[in-house]
Design a protein around this ligand. Structure first.
Ligand SMILES: Cc1ncc(COP(=O)(O)O)c(C=O)c1O
Length: 388
């Protein structure tokens, strides 16, 4: 197989071989249902593996294990926290529609859940985002109402990688008697994520963004009583999330969490260095490059640039032909040609949004990959500009 230089790790990452090895026995040999642990030694093996994974995830985010509730990924965790908290507070406390505060540049897992709530009669405020891609806690403060149940602001944006002042926003939420959620899908295992330091009541994680398997994640739930279950069923996860545990997936998430925790300090430094090296090289070889979003308050694995006079679609296709994979808008809207809502939310024009590409790195990105991208992209840009 030809070597592919993969720079779309914000969309998904390859599963680490060490993670695959740890998952393997749970497909064929240790396939028991963990809930049978009371009467079966095989069940006990599966149960122990699930609880071990829960502890590893808890260690990664600084929580208690019982606050880690396994889900089918980031999308489910995001849907659940918005709908579960709004519904519960509205029925049991407010007796009138609760209010949600979120932002304009969230992932669609949040945006579309918020729109679904709005259709059902709940109130939602979408706070604007500054030009640097950072939410101002004072804007959140101005959005608060006596009926605000939940504030949900992502820890780092999936397209431009900007890190949000979550601890400050959480203080605003709590001062107004509201709960605080952050979608930490793009930060967990990439920068330090500690639920107490962030001051959050809920936090979403997805395994496939840090070399774990797809289809598994968690919602950190500080207080089990703060939301209704999203999936009713057989009482798994303290009755909060029914369905037989995805044991191989959960084991894989646990291993990825353990590896992520060990690797974090080194990777933070290494990827920051590689990212800055790529930006330096591209800036010196291409005129008319600008970075979308603040460069300092940014996760190490993200570079989002706009290139004057370029349409990202032909550029990405040409890069793909050169075995260099990157992204334009977010992966979930890859089939649409609409410009990214994130870039327009930070004030980019439609043309600027269409001129932007996201290069995102991961554990398997090497300096050689960076050199390759820095060699290939300028030539393609020159070619496309000449054709325009
Ligand atoms: C910020 C953010 N939230 C949520 C998700 C969805 O996670 P999952 O793919 O596990 O459903 C993603 C994935 O693209 C994401 O980047």
């Amino acid at each position: 197989m030809e070597r592919i230089v993969y720079m779309d790790n914000a969309a998904t990452t390859p599963v680490d071989p060490l993670v695959v090895e740890e998952m393997k026995p749970f497909f064929t040999e240790q396939f028991a249902n963990p809930m049978t642990y009371m009467h079966s030694s095989m069940g006990d093996v599966a149960y122990t593996a699930v609880e071990n994974a829960r502890q590893r995830v808890a260690a990664l985010i600084g929580s208690h294990p019982e606050q880690v509730i396994f889900t089918s990924g980031g999308t489910e965790a995001d849907n659940w926290v918005l709908k579960g908290t709004l519904e519960r507070a509205t029925r049991e406390r407010l007796h009138k529609p609760g209010h949600l505060v979120t932002t304009e540049f969230e992932h669609h897992a949040i945006l579309h859940s918020a729109l679904a709530l709005q259709r059902q009669g709940y109130d939602v405020t979408f706070v604007k985002v500054g030009h640097e891609g950072i939410v101002d806690p004072d804007d959140v403060r101005r959005a608060m109402r006596p009926t605000t149940v939940l504030v949900s602001v992502m820890h780092a944006n999936n397209e431009i990688g900007t890190i949000q002042p979550i601890a400050e926003i959480a203080r605003v939420a709590h001062e107004h008697g509201a709960l605080m959620h952050t979608d930490a899908v793009q930060t967990t295992a990439h920068i330090p994520v500690d639920v107490d330091a962030l001051g959050v009541d809920f936090l979403s994680i997805s395994a496939h963004k840090f070399n774990g398997p797809k289809g598994v994640g968690i919602l950190f739930v500080r207080d089990h009583g703060a939301l209704y279950p999203f999936i009713d069923g057989g009482g798994q996860e303290w009755g909060l999330r029914g369905s037989t545990h995805n044991v191989p997936g959960i084991v894989g998430l646990g291993k990825a969490a353990q590896l992520g925790r060990e690797r974090l300090p080194g990777e933070l430094k290494r990827l920051t260095g590689l990212r800055d090296m790529l930006l330096d090289k591209l800036s010196s070889r291409i005129d008319g490059i600008a970075v979308n979003g603040d460069m300092k308050q940014r996760v190490p694995q993200n570079l989002n640039i706009r290139i004057d006079g370029i349409d990202n679609e032909p550029l990405l296709l040409a890069m793909n032909e050169a075995a260099l994979i990157a992204a334009g808008g977010s992966a979930c809207t890859a089939l649409e040609t609409v410009p990214s809502h994130v870039l327009t939310s930070i004030g980019c024009s439609l043309t600027e949004a269409k001129a932007s590409i996201r290069l995102s790195f991961g554990y398997f990105t090497t300096e050689q990959d960076i050199e390759y991208a820095a060699d290939v992209i300028p030539g393609l840009v020159r070619f496309l500009r000449a054709m325009a």
